[in-house]
Design a protein around this ligand. Structure first.
Ligand code: ZN
Length: 80
């Protein structure tokens, strides 16, 4: 990935502290405009975010969990 290239470039420059590298990488990451995978609302993210909010993330997680539960045995005991 491009991130790996950037990271090696940073190390070549002279950054030795891991926290410095992490900070530089975070600053390098550009804020991106995306659309929420759940409600299709536009939002900005720095990372690999898929959802506009924690609520949407939870909703997607629940739906995925439910889909998995349907695939699994119906007598499975809920553990959380
Ligand atoms: Zn959303």
């Amino acid at each position: 990935m491009a991130v790996a290239l950037r990271l090696s470039a940073l190390i070549a420059i002279q950054m030795t502290e891991p926290s410095d590298i992490a900070r530089a990488l975070a600053a390098m990451r550009k804020v991106r405009e995306k659309r929420c995978a759940v409600c299709d609302k536009p939002f900005t993210t720095r990372g690999r975010g898929l959802f506009c909010s924690a609520a949407c993330r939870t909703k997607a997680w629940r739906e995925r969990k439910r889909a998995n539960a349907q695939l699994a045995q119906p007598d499975q005991k809920g553990g959380g």
